[in-house]
Every structure is written in C-alpha cells, then in structure tokens.
Design a protein around this ligand. Structure first.
Ligand code: TMP
Ligand code: MG
Length: 210
C-alpha cells in the first residue's frame, strides 16, 4: 500500500513555518495531491486550550507543561495515521523535536523529555527552518507576545534543535530563511518534497525512536 509522506517542519518561533506549511498544503492540492495540515500545539482540543492558556501567561510547572504538549500529539495520532494511510501528504507544523527542544532548553533532562513521545508516528521528511542570526526573529511581526519569544531563550532552543540535526546525520533538510522572500523559501521546500508527494511512500509508518 502506498501512503502519503509525513513531512515535518521544525524551527524557532517566527521562522515562517506556519506560512510555509499552509502554502505547501495549498500548492499540493492545486496540483491534485491530497494534503492535510496538522499543527502542534493543536490549540483546538481540550488539552490544547490548556496549552494556550499556559503560553499566554498561565502557570504550570515545566514537567506538566511538557507532558501536556506530548499528550496533545498523542491525541492526534490516529487522525494523523489515518490521513497518511488515506494517501494524503501529512504536513506538520512542529512536533516531537519542538517538544524536546523547548523543555530541554528550560533545563529538563533531554532523555526524560524524549520518552513520552517514543512511539509516535515518525516523520518521513524533516525540514528545519533556521536563521543564520537568531536575533532576526525579533524583526518579524508580533514577536515577543508569547512565553518563549525572547532572544536569549531562543538561542538555547536553537542549540537543542541542532543536537537533533547533528544526530540525523544529514537527513534533516536545513533551509535558511533570513531575509528570503516567502516564494523563494516555498520553492526550496518544493524541491525537497514535491517528488516524494507525487510518488508516495511504500514503507509503513515507523514508530519514533531515539
Ligand atoms: P507555535 O508558535 O508554533 O504555535 O508554538 C507555540 C509555542 O509552544 C512555541 O514557542 C513552541 C512551544 N512548544 C513547546 O514548548 N513544546 C511543544 O511540544 C510544541 C509543539 C511547541
Ligand atoms: Mg509561536
């Protein structure tokens, strides 16, 4: 059975993930390829509403916040798997690596952070959006409104993301987004995913391991 690829976009706040994931889904549909967008946190669910309250000023201890973000992924697992198996390209805006990177940047142990996400559906393709200069994010719209949008903290998160990038031994696709027009980033993304989306994936979905 051929299924749709699971394509994950990761990166710091304000790197353009939401813009690009939405535009990729539109572009795929325009050429007749089924596509569905999942974004995490999914703020629509009951757990997602708790996460939203936390991100916009509420208080939770770091472990509880971490487990909520993970549970929010688990509650969407069946829908995500079904979508891929129905042949859709599943486009994900943040996932496991954001979960670990933000919590580890706060000082939680990395291995502890990964453990609740073990077994979630693995992405087939990871695209990592990066600024050469982390401070660039501050020039982008609405920066600083939410909990983690502080340059010093973002540097710590970046370092955590880069550990995963190194561990991927080159399989992560890095896209630098500094000062690039939206269309240029979209074209780079298309070069990475276009043909895989046309062909689909033969292998079964793998459970995430680390
Ligand atoms: P968003 O800006 O992509 O909606 O994400 C909201 C914030 O939540 C962002 O700063 C990253 C953070 N986050 C976590 O801390 N853990 C997670 O598991 C996820 C998915 C996001
Ligand atoms: Mg954000």
């Amino acid at each position: 059975m051929t299924r749709g690829p699971i394509i994950l976009f990761e990166g710091l706040d304000r790197t353009g993930k939401s813009t690009q994931t939405e535009s990729l889904v539109d572009a795929l549909r325009r050429v007749g390829i089924g596509a569905e967008l999942f974004r995490f946190p999914n703020r629509e669910t009951g757990l997602g509403k708790m996460i939203n309250a936390y991100l916009t000023g509420g208080s939770l201890n770091d472990e509880t916040a971490h487990l909520l973000f993970s549970a929010n992924r688990w509650e969407c697992k069946d829908a995500l798997v079904a979508s891929s198996e129905a042949g859709n390209a599943v486009v994900i805006d943040r996932y496991i690596f954001s979960g670990v990177a933000y919590s580890a940047a706060k000082g939680l142990e990395r291995e502890w952070c990964v453990s609740p996400d073990l077994g979630l559906p693995s992405p087939d393709i990871v695209i990592f959006f990066k600024f050469k200069d982390t401070a660039k994010a501050t020039e982008r719209g609405q920066y600083g409104e939410e909990r983690y949008e502080k340059v010093e903290f973002q540097k710590l998160v970046r370092h955590e993301f880069e550990k995963f990038e190194e561990e991927s031994s080159g399989s992560w696709n890095v896209v630098y987004v500094d000062d690039k027009p939206i269309a240029e980033v979209a074209e780079e993304v298309w070069q990475i995913v276009g043909s895989v989306c046309e062909k689909g994936i033969e292998d079964e979905i793998r459970p995430f391991q680390w």
